[in-house]
Structure formats: C-alpha cells, structure tokens
Design a protein around this ligand. Structure first.
Ligand SMILES: Cc1ncc(COP(=O)(O)O)c(C=O)c1O
Length: 397
C-alpha cells in the first residue's frame, strides 16, 4: 500500500506506532449519542471547587510567566509533607519534580535511562503508554505476560527476572495495576528491589493508584517501594494528581527521584514542556493540603462501585474475572471473543456502552475488556444492564 509522502518522511517509530485502543474507543464513542462511557481511566466528578479556586485566582493575579523547571517550591514542599503523612517518615522536597501529568513523569524516566535499543521489562497486561513511549523513542518494551490461573492474575517473578538481558535498564512495575488491579505484596516488591540492586537496574515504579487499594480495612494504601527503598537509590516513581483528586484534565503529576538527578531532570523538562504552569500548581497545593476528605470519598466510592460491578457481571454467561484488589478497573475475559478491538466498537453501536479493548494492554490482554468503575453508580447499573442484555443475544466473532 502506498503511503503519503509526508508520512513516509516521519521516523518509522512515529509512523508505525499503533493507536491506543482506549483512545480509539473514545474517539469512536464520542460520535455516538447516548453511549455510557466506561473506556477512560477517570471518575465522572469534576475537580472540587476548593482545588480549582486557587488556580483561577493565581491566573487572574497574573501568575502567567515561565516558572520553575522542577515545580514551584510550595508544591514540592507540600508533596514532601503529603508523603510524610502517608508513609510516616521524613521526605525531602528535593526528591520531587513536578511534571505535566503522570505521563510526562513516565516520559522523563524513559528519556533519562533508556537509549536507542535499550530494554525495559514490563509485566502485561499493562497500560499501553509505557510500550508506546518506549518504542517512539527507539527503546524496547520487553513484555512479560502475567498468567490468569484459577481465577487469579499471577506474576511469575522468575519469568520476569529471566527476561532481563544485558540491554535491560529497568523493571517497570505498576502496582496496583491498570488494567487488572493486581497489587504487589511487600515480599514481591522486596524481590524486585533485590534483583534490581544485584543487577544494577533501575526500579521504575508507577504507584498512581496506591490509595485505591481494597486490601484489609486497616491497610490505608497498597505496599509501596517507598516502604522498602532508600530515597537515594535507583528508584524512579511516577505519580499524578489525576486520579486521587479528580484532576485528569489538569495534566499535572510528579516524579520522585534521587536528589542527584535534579539537574538532569530539569534539563529534560526544559526541553519538553519547559515546566508545568504555575497557576495549575497552586490548585495542586490546595488538593494536597485540603483534599483528604475528597480522596477518602473517592476511595469509598470506588470500593462500593467495585462490589456493584462484580455483582452485576458475576452471573453473566461467558464472563470471567478476578475481583480487583486495587485501582478502579474491572478487566474481564469474554469467552468466544477473539478480537476485542472490533467487539468494543460493536458494543458501542449495539449496546450503547463504551469499554476499552483488552488487546491494547499488550500480551495477555486480548480476549478481555476493561471498564472503569469510578463512575456514577446509577450509570454503571444501567451500562451493565445494557451489556448483559446484549451479551445474551449477540453472537461473538
Ligand atoms: C498506570 C498509570 N500510570 C500513569 C497514568 C498517567 O496519568 P496522567 O498522565 O493522566 O497523570 C495513568 C493514567 O491513566 C495510569 O493508568
């Protein structure tokens, strides 16, 4: 097939990278009336006014200039205090770097540690943006599929470690995970840490869902690399304001990294976004300082909605899943479905419900669909009722 000469003039990575299946479902679904969207990884509540107000005031006051590459000092201090409250030990503002979304934190990590042809080992199913970002800049995701056995997702650590080669620079671990909700135990984190220490690899952690954890009631968050690692070792942690504080559209996140990397991180930020708007960061300070009740209400809502979707899906034919221990997605297999991407578009058209296709989450993902349950419970009930009726009549491919 002929390709347009302007596309032919792009790098192969920019030309050939597949679309995110999540975005594809959303772009298709946006054009259809009355679809209940469960494709994206976000709640349906807007950012609380208490976080928005300081951003608006800052903007009106004229805080509209270039700003600190690492983030405004007030936000970095606030991040250190937030971590002190949640981890019960001191943190320094020098380890926090504000980024334009969790996504830029991830990109910054990749640009710092993975050169052309270097590899990062990633368990899958995983959020597609890791692999996409790596490939676009010439590095390679080495994907190690988890196993779904006896109704549970299992990560075989021996297989994960065996995937490391001399080109490997890091192990990326997203816990609790998007999309399956798998959550590493403390022992598993220790094993990853020890392997990385022994082999001189970076630990590339993504703990953006750590507060959305449905373990024992006494456990307030998922086990974290911050419980078992030194702040000054080879640990890079991506995080974001998007999920806890309902700020996906703000595009503000942070990277937690050893202090000595400060100048390198600052340069990468300069040559990418050149800094996150200061006025947005004022809203993030308010979220950290005054947002705890809101975060707790989001977590309680996620837990109740998880139970609601589990009850609705449990009795449907051909559906199988593990009840997620963290994050806010249900990733369910559908027996008889071999092409999740086309099935998602069919379900949008025929049932009026929007899921994300499992195939987009890499090896082990095909045959599944993902729904986000941090949504209005009435809409969830309606969506799953529509889906259940569709499933009873629709032949799969
Ligand atoms: C696992 C994971 N990490 C990071 C992010 C990045 O979040 P954002 O770029 O919206 O801040 C997301 C968003 O969906 C995610 O699911």
């Amino acid at each position: 097939m002929d390709i347009h000469p302007l596309l032919a003039a792009l790098t192969p990575a920019a030309r050939n990278e597949p679309d995110s299946g999540i975005v594809k479902a959303a772009m298709y679904g946006f054009t259809k009336p009355n679809v209940i969207p469960l494709w994206a990884g976000e709640g349906n509540l807007p950012t609380p006014e208490a976080f928005a107000r300081p951003a608006i005031e800052s903007l009106l006051k004229g805080e509209t200039f270039y700003t600190w590459q690492r983030g405004i000092p007030e936000l970095r201090d606030s991040l250190a205090r937030y971590h002190e409250r949640h981890f019960g030990r001191p943190f320094s503002h020098e380890n926090f770097f504000v980024t334009s979304g969790g996504m830029q934190a991830i990109q910054t990590v990749i640009q710092m540690i993975a050169g052309e042809g270097d590899e990062i080992v990633i368990p899958t199913p995983a959020w597609p943006n890791y692999a996409g970002s790596l490939r676009i800049q010439g590095s390679l995701p080495v994907e190690v599929p988890m196993q779904f056995e006896n109704g549970r997702w299992l990560l075989d650590l021996d297989r994960l470690f065996a995937a490391a080669t001399p080109r490997t620079r890091a192990i990326a671990l997203n816990s609790p995970s998007n999309p399956v909700g798998w959550t590493a135990s403390r022992d598993e984190l220790v094993a990853v840490r020890d392997f990385c220490r022994k082999r001189g690899l970076w630990i590339f952690g993504d703990e953006v869902y750590s507060r959305f954890y449905f373990g024992e009631k006494s456990e307030k968050r998922a086990p974290s690399f911050l419980d078992i690692c030194d702040d000054e070792e080879m640990l890079l942690l991506a995080n974001t304001f998007s999920k806890n504080w309902a700020m996906t559209g703000w595009r503000v996140g942070w990277l937690q990294a050893p202090k000595v990397l400060g100048p390198a991180i600052e340069r990468i930020i300069q040559y990418n976004s050149s800094g996150t708007p200061a006025f947005l960061q004022r809203g993030c300070v308010a979220a950290l300082e005054h947002g705890e009740d809101f975060v707790k209400s989001q977590i309680a809502r996620a837990r109740a909605n998880r139970d609601l979707v589990v009850a609705a899906l449990r009795d449907l034919p051909r559906v199988r899943f593990e009840i997620p221990r963290g994050a806010f997605y249900l990733f369910f297999g559908l027996d008889g479905m071999s092409d999740s991407t086309s099935t998602v578009l069919r379900i949008i058209d025929e049932a009026g419900v929007g899921f994300a296709p499992g195939a987009t989450f890499g090896p082990g993902g095909e045959g599944h669909l993902r729904l986000c349950f941090l949504r209005d419970p009435d809409k969830l009930v309606e969506a799953l009722d529509r889906f259940g009726r569709w499933l009873k009549t629709a032949p799969l491919d």
